[in-house]
Design a protein around this ligand. Structure first.
Ligand SMILES: Nc1nc2c(c(=O)[nH]1)N[C@H]1C(S)=C(S)[C@@H](COP(=O)(O)OP(=O)(O)OC[C@H]3O[C@@H](n4cnc5c(=O)[nH]c(N)nc54)[C@H](O)[C@@H]3O)O[C@H]1N2
Ligand SMILES: Nc1nc2c(c(=O)[nH]1)N[C@H]1C(S)=C(S)[C@@H](COP(=O)(O)OP(=O)(O)OC[C@H]3O[C@@H](n4cnc5c(=O)[nH]c(N)nc54)[C@H](O)[C@@H]3O)O[C@H]1N2
Ligand code: SF4
Ligand SMILES: [Mo]
Length: 673
């Protein structure tokens, strides 16, 4: 008899890859969490951060939260005493009820995002908040809402992307403002390398995917719309525009064309920092087709991110890159494309009024206003690390008046500010479903280990809270198995057990064509290059060939995208990962370093009107002059400054959906002596 069992499950992180995992349990109790050799994406290997942390902090009771905690010290000091689940749940319910009767349920806010992207732990708690009538911090406003809004105006949908399996038919893959080498490591390692297509990367940073591409356009941040218009100009001049497609399936090209005519490559070269030759080459390679366009999320975190998306998204329309193998664009492939019924999962019918929402950019102001906010519940999120205006947010979270419940598997900066901390189970400890946002598959998250200490899955925590609040609606208490089986049936699978037996299932046997019927869910049924809906919402009718002004007075534009060693702020919980991270650096070009008198390894002060942060200088021409790079989301509490890069982030909004424009932060750098 074998002395080990292998349980196949899925990584539920906010990651394009959704790797299959093999949990190997030996009879002597040793557990190893490995990449599943049979999984088409993982191919036997996890990314570096998961390989370390899933065998480290995830399995280590000392690194985890294992008991409900009640605050005993001043807020933010992280001093707590353990309490029973009953005591915690009863106390929280009593306080929430008092707030409901004295101030109204809409003064209770919840903030949540993608700590886990599995369906139950990610969405089931919404049923509770809907029944409560709580207000919500708009989840996507911290990440990708502007891009969603832009694609919805033009295509009527933003969660319907190309099927990655169709890459074998593509001649060109254009990766625009995404960094697969960090944010989709297996697509970088396998998918992009195996296509045989010419790859183009448009990114201010020469990251590993850019360095390995056939062509890297190192565009200045916020100038991408100008590049897109110049590419359209070249395509038109060289007869590569698909006029039949435009006439049949789009509206507004005739209005856009005179603008395109004005946007010659020499005009765009000056704005973007690219050469005329690079712009022409990119247009020709893309225009030949069939071509895939990967629209990154980093790309739209800009003051004109929505406009940038609209401008770039004209490219596949103008070249007829749809409804044939190897063609299309991808932002992400959402759950509804597979048939998942979000309303079933989140039960908005339990709510009496439309929810009050604010953007993450307005969180600090909202929490600081007693008329608006009396309580905050944070789950699947670490706002104290991820959100803008960090110093002011921390001050606001320290206010004794605000009742704060935080739910997390790990003791984060955010849980340190809470009145009650509830320990969440990790994905290794319960069954769930993962709906990957790149590949069109469906995966099972299968319980491999017992719940650690007293930790519970999010969905169970909110069932208990619902009961303590005296609620009776059956949807609040639906059990995991019944919910998982229903969701499986929605996507055409028999039940959860049949999926769990396979691990991951491709939902379509053959590659799907994006917008196969060439009917687009817009008001006109066509691609709306000119959008009356956008216009009614106060945006220009057409995409504009705009670019942000360059930083003034020697300031640098600071990009703070994904680190290969973190997943947002997750993994800071593991000391072996933080060792890999090393000192927090800011990378600048040799030209800026010389101008500022900064040498490699110098301690520098980055400062602006929002804050100051001391960092170590790294000099490398992976960024153009005028741009600085420092990765996002260290745990502030691991730094003596008790701050991370978001101390410098004023929380400026993009042009659409009140979404984050974090990549527009500007800083001055000075050498510290
Ligand atoms: N400067 C800068 N800031 C940024 C960005 C940037 O580019 N630059 N990017 C932004 C983006 S794109 C995003 S999406 C946000 C992300 O920001 P957050 O949503 O705050 O992401 P994390 O920091 O990973 O926090 C998720 C938390 O959920 C916890 N968690 C994991 N599993 C579970 C679970 O099952 N239950 C519960 N209750 N908790 C769990 C993790 O331990 C972690 O503490 O950050 C944004 N912040
Ligand atoms: N390892 C790891 N993986 C992650 C995450 C993580 O934190 N770490 N986070 C996850 C989350 S929440 C998300 S949203 C995704 C994000 O994954 P991506 O879509 O790859 O987004 P980012 O890493 O924010 O930024 C991608 C690139 O956008 C570029 N960029 C910034 N501004 C501009 C611009 O104006 N023009 C152009 N062309 N490019 C620009 C940045 O230089 C960066 O290289 O990754 C997910 N995966
Ligand atoms: S974080 Fe992404 S790359 Fe790493 S194991 Fe999970 S799915 Fe795979
Ligand atoms: Mo994100």
């Amino acid at each position: 008899m074998s002395d080990k069992t292998i349980i196949r499950t899925t990584c539920p992180r906010d990651c394009y890859d959704a790797c299959g995992i093999a949990v190997v349990k030996r009879a002597d109790g040793l557990v190893r969490v490995l990449g599943d050799p049979e999984h088409p994406v993982a191919r036997g290997a996890l990314c570096g951060k998961c390989a370390i942390a899933y065998n480290g902090a995830w399995l280590d009771p000392k690194a985890r939260l294992t008991q409900p905690l009640k605050r005993i010290g001043p807020k933010g000091e992280g001093r707590f005493t353990p309490v029973s689940w009953n005591e915690a749940i009863e106390a929280i319910a009593a306080r929430l009820q008092r707030i409901v009767s004295e101030h109204g349920a809409d003064t209770i806010w919840h903030a949540h995002y993608t700590g886990t992207c599995s369906l139950l732990a990610g969405s089931f708690p919404q049923r509770f908040f809907n029944r409560l009538g709580a207000s919500e911090v708009d989840p996507d406003s911290i990440c990708n809402a502007a891009g969603h809004a832009a694609l919805q105006y033009m295509y009527g949908a933003s969660g319907v992307g190309f099927d990655p399996r169709t890459a074998k038919d593509a001649k060109c893959i254009l990766v625009w403002g995404a960094n697969p080498s960090a944010s989709a490591p297996h697509q970088h390692k396998h998918w992009l390398k195996e296509t045989g297509a010419t790859t183009i990367v448009v990114d201010p940073v020469r990251h590993a995917t850019a360095a390995e591409a056939s062509l890297h356009l190192q565009v200045f941040p916020g100038s991408d719309a100008a590049l897109a218009f110049a590419m359209l100009h070249v395509l038109k001049r060289e007869g590569m525009i698909d006029r039949t497609f435009l006439a049949q399936h789009t509206i507004g090209w005739d209005e856009l064309e005179p603008i395109v005519d004005r946007c010659a490559p020499d005009w765009a070269a000056a704005i973007t920092g690219l050469s005329i030759q690079q712009i022409k080459q990119a247009a020709r390679l893309y225009g030949r087709g069939p071509s895939l366009l990967w629209l990154g999320q980093g790309l739209q975190r800009q003051p004109t991110g929505g406009n940038v998306f609209r401008a770039i998204a004209v490219l596949p329309a103008a070249t007829g890159n749809f409804a044939r193998p190897g063609a299309g664009f991808l932002y992400l492939n959402g759950g509804s494309r597979r048939g998942i019924d979000g309303d079933y999962l989140e039960a908005p019918h339990l709510r009496q009024d439309e929810p009050r929402k604010v953007s993450h950019m307005d969180l600090v102001a909202t929490l600081g206003d007693p008329g608006k906010a009396q309580a905050l519940v944070t789950w699947n999120i670490n706002i104290a690390a991820s959100n803008p205006d960090q110093a002011r947010l921390h001050r606001t979270l320290r206010d004794e008046r605000l009742f704060h419940v935080a739910i997390d598997p790990f003791p984060t900066d955010t849980t340190d500010f809470a009145d009650y901390v509830l320990p969440a189970a990790t994905f290794l400890e319960f069954d769930d479903l993962v709906s990957p946002y790149f590949h069109l598959s469906m995966s099972a998250q299968v319980k491999a280990l017992e719940l650690m200490g007293e930790a519970l899955p999010n969905q169970e925590i909110f069932r208990r809270l619902a009961k303590a609040m005296g609620y009776t609606e059956p949807a609040l208490f639906e059990d995991d198995r019944s919910t998982l089986d229903t969701l499986c049936r929605q996507v055409g699978l028999e039940d959860f057990a049949s999926l769990a037996a396979k691990g991951t299932i491709d939902l379509w046997p053959e590659p799907e064509l994006q917008f196969a019927g060439l009917r687009f869910p817009t008001p006109s049924g066509k691609i709306e290059i000119a959008s009356a809906v956008a216009e009614a919402d106060g945006h220009p009718r057409l995409p504009q060939p705009n670019a942000d002004p360059r930083p003034k007075d020697g300031s640098l534009r600071l990009l703070s995208p994904a680190s290969p060693w973190l997943m947002n702020s997750t993994y800071n919980c593991d000391p072996k990962v933080t060792k890999k991270l090393g000192a927090e650096t800011i990378t600048l070009s040799a030209a800026d370093a010389a101008r500022l008198g900064i040498a490699e390894g110098d301690t520098v002060l980055a400062a602006n009107e929002t804050g100051r942060l001391t960092l170590r200088a790294s000099i490398a021409d992976i960024v153009p002059a005028g741009v600085a790079l420092s990765h996002k989301s260290r745990w502030p509490k691991l730094s003596p400054q008790r701050a991370n890069i978001n101390a410098l982030n004023p929380g400026r909004k993009a042009d659409m959906a009140e979404s984050s424009a974090v990549h527009s932060v500007e800083v001055t750098l000075t050498k510290k002596v």
